[in-house]
Write a new protein. Structure first.
Length: 174
């Protein structure tokens, strides 16, 4: 099945370390929708505290574009952008829109300290939807992390994010 994607979809890509911000600036100028999971870190220098944005997951970014535009980005930006491929089909990995929206929402609503980045393969749990609270509408898998119930939003083959503790009455089974 050699399917060419002409519609606009989310692609995941690996980039060189510390080039995320430079690529982000070029994509913003070009008007290409993208997402780089960021966190605010506080640093102290000469007794003065400053806040700056830092990638939450180094070297990982997401681009919302059609296939041709995505493949031309390394040439137009001048940066190395390696798209992640599906392990079964060897095609560019497409992230479903709902999954990507949930992922972005978990990153945006979570404080960097309370966000768990899970790289180990977790045992798959029940599919759930959060119905109340700040994570309402997010769908994922119910797992236990450090003894607490959390909803994990998984981007297959890439990364999993676990929310903070969510009470059972805030969840419904899908």
């Amino acid at each position: 099945m050699n399917r060419v994607v002409t519609e606009t979809v989310w692609y995941a890509a690996r980039v060189k370390y510390r080039t995320e911000q430079k690529i982000k600036a070029q994509l913003e100028v070009a008007g290409i929708k993208h997402f780089i999971p960021m966190k605010t870190v506080e640093t102290e220098r000469n007794g003065k505290k400053t806040h700056r944005e830092k990638p939450l997951i180094p070297c990982l970014m997401f681009v919302y574009a059609d296939r041709q535009t995505a493949l031309e980005l390394p040439l137009t930006t001048g940066f190395t952008i390696n798209y992640i491929r599906n392990t079964d089909t060897k095609q560019l990995q497409i992230i479903p829109d709902k999954q990507m929206q949930d992922f972005m929402r978990v990153v945006d609503l979570s404080e960097a300290e309370s966000l768990e980045i899970l790289t180990a393969n977790l045992k798959r749990g029940d599919k759930v939807r959060v119905v109340r609270g700040i994570f309402a509408g997010i769908e994922g898998e119910l797992v236990r992390v450090k003894g607490h119930k959390r909803v994990v939003v998984r981007l297959d083959g890439l990364v999993s994010l676990a929310t903070t503790y969510i009470p059972t009455d805030f969840l419904e089974l899908i």
